[in-house]
Design a protein around this ligand. Structure first.
Ligand SMILES: [Fe+2]
Ligand SMILES: [Fe+2]
Length: 176
């Protein structure tokens, strides 16, 4: 799963998105567990969805791209008056609206909008890729909650896709 060839192929699917300011802005938003940003989570979901869809001969490009954008809600919940339950319900629509700027396909829209099913009862996934990303999201969130994400060094394995963060870290290291 973590071979360099797989990671290279994955990168080609998301290369034009990962540098986008809106995508990078997710790095400042905390997600399920301490030390894991919304961007870390989205890269994790994107990569797992890509790997599963490629294995099952599904549209892995759409899965990787929509996986990366599935939580692009860009909202710090601490500053918003939204209950934790409401967040679960409203954030897929917020993410979809923000992701539209990247020119989504119908499949990618379905993946983003339906990723919280069955919490969002009537938004049932219509495509197999949507089901895969839905499951990948739940697996990744569980791994983050249970700290398996950190134990498996998933962040370090996926860090190369977050090149801006690498540059920032280098700047800190070298004092620039
Ligand atoms: Fe989500
Ligand atoms: Fe998510």
């Amino acid at each position: 799963m973590w071979s360099s060839k797989t990671k290279e192929e994955f990168y080609t699917c998301i290369a034009d998105l990962i540098e986008e300011p809106a995508v990078q802005a997710m790095d400042d938003i905390p997600q399920h567990a301490g030390g894991v940003s919304c961007l870390d989570h989205c890269i994790f979901v994107s990569y797992l969805s890509f790997a599963l869809c490629r294995r099952w001969r599904l549209d892995y490009v759409a899965a990787a791209r929509a996986g990366l954008l599935h939580d692009l809600y860009l909202c710090d919940w601490k500053k918003a008056r939204v209950s934790p339950w409401q967040r679960l319900l409203v954030h897929p629509q917020m993410a979809l609206e923000n992701a539209e700027q990247f020119g989504l396909s119908e499949l990618e829209r379905d993946i983003i909008l339906k990723h919280m099913w069955p919490v969002t009862l009537r938004r049932i996934p219509r495509h197999r890729e949507s089901v895969v990303v839905n499951l990948a999201d739940k697996l990744c969130a569980s791994a983050e909650f249970l700290r398996i994400y950190n134990l498996a060094h998933a962040g370090e394995r996926l860090l190369e896709f977050n090149r801006r963060r690498l540059l920032r870290q280098r700047r800190c290291l070298f004092g620039r």
